[in-house]
Write a protein that binds this ligand. Structure first.
Ligand code: ATP
Ligand code: MG
Length: 726
């Protein structure tokens, strides 16, 4: 008996040894599905059934591919070469490069990123004189993407699924877009699988070649495949049917990207007699973690149904902690503090992960980690202050604070587009050099002199008038209102609102989070200094770092300690799933929660905040329904001192400031002008409590500012909204 098989239980071994014929492993989180796949890979090689290059192995992320390569190498005792191992997209791209001429490309074809895709589609629409403001390229792009996910080329889109896009048919525009891609020797992301599948379908010679080549096919995270990926697999497996897919219907979290859980059912139909293996022992998590996750997911109706029991012999463990905090500041302090404590106990930072529902949530943690010098890494995304929309907004603020900031001015002068393209910018640069003045000043002179014409002239005039007005807002209403106003009035928010691309919503959330962050600072300059320091803080040398990522990015991974913050209605489950009202999107949110909890080996810490700031105002929030759904005997409930305090206070004055924001131009959430004056003026001499600085005595008042002598923080000027009577 080979040693590597000894590391498997009976069911796992059965799945590994059933090398020939179709196999479907359906099992819950942490039951060793990925281990089965990796071992199967090694088993095929070690029993000389195939060479490494004759196995096609599909993973969901590049990270998973890397891990699989390492696992196989360690099982074999040497690095395996010539592997076809990677994500669907990477594998399809490789296939297409080998046969580029058969899909009307040359082998060096380029793969467009989402920005390029949109630009190209927009060109196609503009060439047809379409109104791209009313019928946006973004909306059309997502329709095309969905067709591609379902393996539909322009010719094969059924007539009754076509839609009108302005005066045109979406299908015709799709065809024109594909023509442009071909002419440019390019493809978009969705084309990779689409064209690879089409190639295999059309070209028996190529198909036969791959049938000879790939004797075995292995697929991880099968529950998240979409239709075109399924067709691609089915074509490749058709001849020998040696295909093994592993997945968990409870972890299907990509339906918004076209993933179809029905692929599990299709498998049994298309591969009759497929061997179905179920794994039930979870080797990853302690018993309480498992009980919490199982109890939660039991609330979903649409399930294939599985049992899961602890497989570790040390499965006894700490209960899942459910903690309430006053606000996200306190929450992130707690998380960072707990990680510090673990580190002192000789735990590795890289064994701790903070998993958030939405990208904007990383900010509070990043700030805290940076403040205390805790190394962290963000997986599958940029650090908060590096995100494009945040840099744009900060560039606006920099110009506001410092009109001579040329870099910032250049970044935003034509974002959103206001007719100030390369030509106009060159004119401004020339004037700036000639007169020896900053770009903004040169722009003002050009505007005054009437040098520019048409759209450029109007655009520049509006921008300069805007900055004059926002400086006035800054002076009169403070920096928080100034930022919210300028994002709105500059058209920057509208630019993202007009985009229907999947990431636009996340960018808007990030912008809101930025406005919230600004409220933590007394002055705009203070904030900009802070950002400059934060941006400068990257200690890449250190490899032991806390992981910070979204739940989506965490699929398939595991950590000793997992923090799951922000479990509040409207954050998680997110607002969209609540607005839609259907059970379907709520169930997907619940699966995401299940994925989150099951990433933990030793401890899982779920938290929620009682208050979230909406701009400068506070709103109380309700703990996530998912918390209610956790079995009571698997959790321990705790919370912060501040929160306990809050619960004793009948109606904390801080809520008095949380009034509905005025609706305006479809961007109601952007209007912070409606900030109401505090109803109960606090007189000098009053003893108060401030969320950040603690207790103190009011010395003086000035409009909505208070000068306070704090017991420990000394004298400070603060906004009265953050203060309550002690
Ligand atoms: P997920 O659904 O989250 O992707 P999975 O089913 O792929 O999980 P794995 O990641 O393969 O699960 O395994 C979970 C953990 O359990 C890993 O640390 C793995 O090494 C360990 N494990 C798997 N099978 C066994 C076994 N038979 N004995 C001991 N440990 C095991
Ligand atoms: Mg796995």
């Amino acid at each position: 008996m080979s040693a590597y098989l000894d590391r498997l239980n009976a069911a796992q071994r059965e799945a590994v040894e059933a090398t020939d014929g179709p196999v479907l492993v359906l099992a819950g989180a942490g039951t060793g599905k990925t281990r089965v796949l990796t071992t199967r890979f090694a088993h095929i090689l070690l029993t000389r059934r195939a060479f490494p290059s004759q196995i096609l192995a599909v993973t969901f992320t590049n990270k998973a591919a890397r891990e699989m390569r390492e696992r196989v190498a360690s099982l074999l005792g040497q690095p395996a070469e010539g592997l076809w191992l990677g994500t669907f997209h990477a594998l399809a791209a490789r296939m297409l490069r080998r046969h580029a001429e058969r899909v009307d490309r040359t082998s060096n074809f380029s793969i467009l990123d989402p920005d390029d895709q949109l630009r190209l589609l927009k060109q196609v629409m503009e060439a047809r004189r379409m109104d791209t403001r009313r019928f946006t390229p973004q909306g059309l792009m997502s329709t095309i993407q969905r067709w591609k996910d379902r393996a539909l080329l322009p010719d094969s889109v059924p007539g009754d699924q076509d839609i009108d896009w302005g005066a045109e048919s979406a299908r015709d525009l799709y065809a024109a877009y594909q023509d442009r891609l071909r002419a440019l020797n390019a493809m978009d992301f969705g084309d990779l699988l689409l064209l690879a599948t089409d190639l295999l379908k059309r070209d028996p010679e190529v198909l036969a070649d791959y049938h000879r080549r790939f004797r075995y096919i292995l697929v991880d995270e099968y529950q998240d495949t979409n239709l075109v990926q399924y067709y691609w697999l089915r074509l490749l497996a058709q001849a020998h049917k040696n295909i093994c897919c592993v997945g968990d219907d409870d972890q299907s979290i990509y339906s918004w990207r076209g993933a179809e859980i029905e692929n599990i059912l299709r498998f049994e139909t298309d591969f009759p007699g497929a061997k179905i293996v179920r794994l039930e022992a979870n080797y990853r998590s302690t018993a309480p973690i498992l009980a919490a996750a199982s109890g939660l997911i039991a609330h979903n109706e649409g399930r294939l149904g599985k049992t899961l029991h602890p497989g570790r012999n040390d499965a006894e463990g700490e209960r899942v902690e459910v903690l309430g905090f006053w606000d996200s500041d306190e929450e992130s302090r707690f998380v960072a503090g707990r990680i510090e404590a673990l580190r002192r106990d000789a735990h590795k930072l890289a064994e701790c992960a903070v998993l958030v529902r939405a990208g904007f949530q990383t900010r509070a943690f990043e700030e805290r980690f940076i403040a205390i010098g805790m190394p962290y890494r963000i997986v599958g995304g940029l650090r908060f202050y590096e995100r494009a929309e945040i840099r744009d907004a900060i560039a606006y603020l920099r110009v506001l604070a410092q009109p001579a900031d040329d870099l910032a001015f250049e970044r935003i002068v034509n974002v959103p587009k206001r007719g100030l393209g390369d030509t106009a910018l060159r004119t401004i640069h020339e004037r700036s050099r000639a007169d020896g003045v900053p770009l903004a000043e040169a722009a003002a002179r050009i505007a005054a002199a009437g040098t520019l014409r048409g759209r450029a002239r109007d655009g520049l005039r509006d921008l300069l008038a805007g900055f004059a007005a926002w400086r006035e807002t800054l002076r009169r209403d403070g920096h928080v209102t100034a930022l919210a106003t300028l994002l709105d009035e500059s058209g920057y928010v509208a630019m993202w609102q007009d985009q229907k691309s999947p990431d636009a919503a996340g960018r808007l959330e990030n912008l809101k989070e930025l406005v919230r962050a600004l409220a933590d600072f007394e002055t705009l300059e203070g904030f900009l200094d802070h950002v400059a320091l934060v941006m400068d803080n990257d200690n890449e040398a250190d490899d032991d770092k806390v992981f910070l990522m979204t739940l989506h990015a965490a699929k398939g991974l595991e950590f000793d300690t997992v923090f799951l913050p922000g479990w509040e209605e409207g954050v998680f489950p997110n607002q969209r799933s609540l607005d839609e009202g259907g059970a379907k999107s709520l169930e997907e949110e619940r699966r995401l929660a299940y994925v989150g909890i099951t990433r933990a080996r030793q401890r899982a810490i779920i938290s929620h905040c009682a208050n979230r700031r909406i701009y400068a105002n506070w709103q109380s929030s309700v703990p996530s329904r998912f918390i209610e759904e956790l079995p009571e005997d698997s959790i321990s409930v705790g919370g912060s001192a501040a929160l306990a305090r809050e619960q004793r206070l009948a109606a904390p004055p801080v809520f008095a400031a949380a009034t509905p924001l005025l609706a305006r131009r479809g961007a109601d959430e952007w209007n912070t002008q409606a900030r109401p004056p505090r109803a109960d003026k606090i007189a000098p001499g009053t003893r108060v409590f401030h969320q950040k600085f603690g207790y103190g005595i009011v010395l003086d008042t000035d409009d909505d500012r208070l000068d306070i002598e704090f017991d420990s923080a000394g004298e400070k000027r603060v906004l009265d909204r953050f203060v309550e009577r002690a």
